[in-house]
Structures are given as structure tokens and as C-alpha cells.
Write a protein of this length. Structure first.
Length: 272
């Protein structure tokens, strides 16, 4: 049985450092962010900077989720093995509005109603542009937007820039409270922010869990049963799939149902 993700306990030292960094140099930070998105050149009539599009994104199907939390646990585990923050990069929430698939109801009666919320690997990701120390990077092979945890200064700007908030943490299926407000999380144990990186370093040569790509999609028990033919659903459906972000229609669909109440600029991500 794998260990569940631990509940981070913030310390006064890390909280103080974070607040100082968050509040210090706001004007300088604003200019850095403005320049990072090409604000100076935009004012002169030039086009904004373009970024490499991610090769994939975690695309959840809430109607197939049984709330087992395997995705959260395996995410925590494989990242910890890499020396990274063990906060889960995907979270599962209770959601009474989810219409559970009949095939899931038949095999897992009474398991509840859930929805999963990962990072959306935005084609135009605001988090990339606001970091004052260039800790937000694009991994060149996968195109994954990720955080260099050894560079991050925990200033909170990436989390504030993310336009996709998470559901209220009191609805989190695991019952843990991280203080998470967007798809980017603060880890007070490591004193850095973290987000989904598509497990880009899982190329088949890593130690620990064998396989490639996102561990959550690989280990999801519903996905496994679908691949084995035990769970019968429409062809192509998975509880967690990894389609290409280059498919604009797919990403727009993901954006539309992952935009929860209160999300800013809900229509601002309509272009890839």
C-alpha cells in the first residue's frame, strides 16, 4: 500500500519569507511581468511573444472517476522519488453534479461523484511571464510548463497569474488543505511552488515506477480496466487521457468544463 501525500505544515519562517517576497518590489515585479509578455514592444505596436505549445495535457473525464485518489498518490510518489515536492499536482474534489457513467456505477456502486482538476498546460500561459527569476520553464521535448523548484523564490506570482482556480478545498476528496487557490500549489516544506510537469522526465530510464509520461494516467485503475477490456466504455474514453494541446478543439473543451465559478477572464483562452 502506497503512502498518501503528507499534509504540509507551514512554519513561521517559511510563511514570513513568502510574505516578504510576495510584498517586496511590487513595482519592479510588475515591470518585469510587463516586459516578459512583451509589454514594451507591444506599446510600440509589435506582436506578443509566442511560446512552444505543450505536446499533451491531462484531460480528465469526471464521469469515469471513482475517487480512489490513485492519481494523487502516484503523482506525489514519483515526484518525491525525483527529489521534488511531493504535493500532488492533480487534485480530486467531491462534486454532486457529476453524472457518473453507467458502466462505472455497475462495477463501483456507491463510490460517489467527483471531478479532477489538473494544470491545463495553457497554450498562452500567464504563469510563464510573471516569474521574476525565470523558474517557470518550458521543457523542450514535451513542451510541459514546469517550475524549477531549485530556482523558485516562492513569491506567489505564478499562482496569482493562473486563471484557473481550484474548487474550495473543503470539497477535496483527500480532506487535505494546502491553501491552494489555483492550479499552482505552494509547498511550505520545500518553500517553493509546484505544478503539473507532465512527468516529462519519465522517459523509461528513470528509477522507481516503470513507464513513460504522466504517472497519473498510467496508473489510474479505471484506465487500466478500460485497456484490459474489463470496463466497457465508448472507444477512446479514459478517466485520465493525455491528448495533444495542439488540438485546439480538445483544449477549448477542456478549458470550458475546467473553468469553475469565479474564474477570471473565462473567455481569454480561446486561442491556441
Amino acid at each position: 500500500m502506497v503512502d498518501a501525500p503528507r499534509t504540509p505544515e507551514p512554519t513561521q519562517e517559511t510563511a514570513t519569507r513568502r510574505n516578504i517576497l510576495k510584498g517586496a518590489g511590487a513595482a519592479v515585479g510588475a515591470f518585469i511581468a510587463f516586459e516578459a509578455i512583451g509589454g514594451v514592444t507591444l506599446a510600440a505596436g509589435a506582436a506578443p511573444k509566442t511560446t512552444q505549445v505543450a505536446n499533451g495535457v491531462i484531460f480528465p473525464d469526471p464521469t469515469l472517476c471513482i475517487g480512489c485518489l490513485t492519481c494523487e498518490v502516484i503523482c506525489s510518489q514519483v515526484h518525491k522519488q525525483e527529489g521534488l515536492s511531493d504535493l500532488p499536482r492533480i487534485r480530486v474534489f467531491n462534486n454532486s453534479n457529476t453524472q457518473v457513467d453507467p458502466a462505472v456505477q455497475a462495477q463501483y456502486p456507491g463510490r460517489g461523484q467527483f471531478h479532477q482538476q489538473p494544470c491545463l498546460q495553457c497554450p498562452t500561459a500567464e504563469c510563464l511571464y510573471v516569474c521574476p527569476v525565470n523558474a517557470l520553464r518550458i521543457e523542450p521535448t514535451s513542451g510541459a510548463r514546469y517550475i524549477r523548484e531549485d530556482v523558485c523564490v516562492a513569491c506567489n506570482r505564478c499562482a496569482e497569474a493562473c486563471i484557473f482556480p481550484v474548487s474550495p478545498e473543503q470539497d477535496a476528496t483527500n480532506g487535505l488543505v494546502f491553501g491552494q487557490e489555483s492550479r499552482i500549489s505552494y509547498d511550505p516544506v520545500k518553500d517553493n511552488f509546484t505544478k503539473c510537469d507532465l512527468c516529462f522526465w519519465r522517459d523509461g530510464t528513470q528509477s522507481g515506477l516503470a513507464g513513460t509520461g504522466p504517472a497519473c494516467a498510467q496508473q489510474c485503475p479505471i484506465n487500466i480496466r478500460i485497456r484490459q477490456g474489463i470496463l466497457k466504455v465508448d472507444e477512446g474514453r479514459m478517466c485520465l487521457s493525455v491528448p495533444s494541446v495542439n488540438d485546439k478543439a480538445t483544449w477549448d473543451e477542456l478549458r470550458s468544463f475546467q473553468t469553475v465559478a469565479g474564474a477570471p477572464r473565462q473567455a481569454s483562452k480561446t486561442t491556441a
